[in-house]
Design a protein around this ligand. Structure first.
Ligand code: ACO
Length: 280
C-alpha cells in the first residue's frame, strides 16, 4: 500500500448469508495489531453485534497472516514513549475488544489462515470455535524478543494446552503448525488452506440453524462453568436457562412440539425448524 492505511481500513468485513466475515486488514504488516486496528475492531464488533442480518461472526486475516500479534512498533515502542498513560490506553483498547469478543452475542469462529503470534492468542481464545489451515503457524514468540507472554497469552496457553505443552510453547519460542495446534487443543480442527473457508462456512451454517438465545446461553455457560465447582455450576445453569427463557420462552416448547407431536425431526440428529417458531 503506497499511502498509509487509515484507521478505518485496518479492519475489513462483508456480510454474506448471515455470516459476517471480519478480517484483520493490515496484510503489509502481517495484520499486526496496532492501536488503530484495536480501536477499529471494537467499532466493527459494535456495528455487527445486534444486526438482524448477522447470525455468526468469523474472524480471519487478509493475506498470509491471521495476525502477527501486537504491532511491536505502534503498540509497544510508540505507546511506551507516551508513558504510563499511553501504555494503559493501548492495553485497554486491545484487551477491551478481546473481552467483548469473549462474551459476544453471536457465535464466533476464528479462521486462522496463516501466522498467529503472541497477542493473537487473545482473540483466538475469545472466539468460541477455531479452525486453522494446516499451513498456519502458531507461536508464543514473546520469549524470542525478551518479554513474557502477556496480554492474556500465558493464560490462554494454560487454559487450552496441557501443562507440558504450555511450558514448552511459552519457553521455547518455537512455532507449531495447524495440525499440531489441533492435536494440542489450541483449535478445533486443522485442514488444508484451500478447504478452510468451505469447512468454516459449513460450521457457521449449522450454527445458523440453532436457536440463537440458546446458543448465547450455551457459549456463556461453557466459559463460566470452567471456574466453578460442581454445585455452583449446577445452580448457575438453572438460573442461566431461566434467564434465557425471559428472552425466548417459546423455542424449547416448539422444539418439543416438533419432536413429540409433529414427529418432524429428532433432536439427537439435528435442530428443530426455527421458522415455525412463533415470532421467528
Ligand atoms: N509488529 C510490527 N510490525 C510487524 C509485525 C509486528 N508484530 N509483524 C510483521 N511486521 C512488519 C514487518 O516489520 C514488515 O514491515 P516492513 O515491510 O515495513 O519492513 C512487514 O510487517 C512484513 O513483515 P516480514 O517480516 O517482512 O514478513 P515475513 O512474511 O517474512 O515474516 C513473520 C512474517 C514471521 C510474521 C515476521 O514478520 C515476524 O516475525 N513478525 C513478528 C511476530 C511476533 O513476534 N509478533 C509479536 C508477538 S508478541 C506480542 O504480540 C505481545
Amino acid at each position: 500500500m503506497s499511502t498509509p492505511r487509515t484507521e478505518e481500513q485496518t479492519v475489513a468485513f462483508t456480510v454474506e448469508n448471515r455470516i459476517a466475515w471480519v478480517r484483520f486488514n493490515r496484510p503489509e504488516k502481517r495484520n499486526a495489531m496496532s492501536p488503530a486496528l484495536n480501536r477499529q475492531m471494537m467499532r466493527v464488533l459494535d456495528e455487527l453485534e445486534f444486526r438482524d442480518d448477522v447470525g455468526v461472526l468469523v474472524l480471519t486475516g487478509e493475506g498470509t497472516a491471521w495476525t502477527a500479534g501486537m504491532d511491536l512498533n505502534e503498540y509497544f515502542r510508540e505507546t511506551e514513549a507516551k508513558g504510563l498513560a499511553g501504555t494503559r490506553k493501548a492495553q485497554r483498547e486491545s484487551y477491551g475488544w478481546w473481552r467483548r469478543l469473549r462474551w459476544y452475542q453471536k457465535p464466533t469462529i476464528a479462521m486462522i489462515n496463516g501466522w498467529c503470534f503472541g497477542g493473537g492468542y487473545g482473540p483466538l481464545f475469545a472466539c468460541d470455535l477455531a479452525f486453522a489451515a494446516d499451513e498456519a503457524k502458531f507461536g508464543l514468540s514473546e520469549i524470542n524478543w525478551g518479554i513474557l507472554p502477556g496480554g492474556g497469552a500465558s493464560k490462554v496457553a494454560a487454559e487450552l494446552l496441557n501443562f507440558r505443552h504450555a511450558m514448552y510453547h511459552a519457553m521455547m519460542g518455537e512455532n507449531i503448525d495447524g495440525k499440531t495446534a489441533a492435536q494440542w487443543g489450541l483449535v478445533n480442527e486443522s485442514l488444508p488452506l484451500a478447504q478452510l473457508k468451505a469447512r468454516v462456512t459449513a460450521v457457521a451454517e449449522v450454527l445458523l440453524q440453532k436457536n440463537p438465545v440458546a446458543l448465547k446461553a450455551t457459549k456463556d455457560a461453557v466459559r463460566r462453568v470452567r471456574e466453578m465447582n460442581y454445585d455452583n455450576a449446577e445452580d448457575f445453569l438453572v438460573r442461566a436457562q431461566e434467564a434465557a427463557n425471559s428472552y425466548d420462552n417459546e423455542g424449547r416448547k416448539e422444539g418439543l412440539r416438533q419432536f413429540l407431536d409433529e414427529k418432524t425431526y429428532k433432536p439427537g440428529l439435528g435442530a428443530y425448524d426455527l421458522s415455525k417458531q412463533k415470532g421467528a
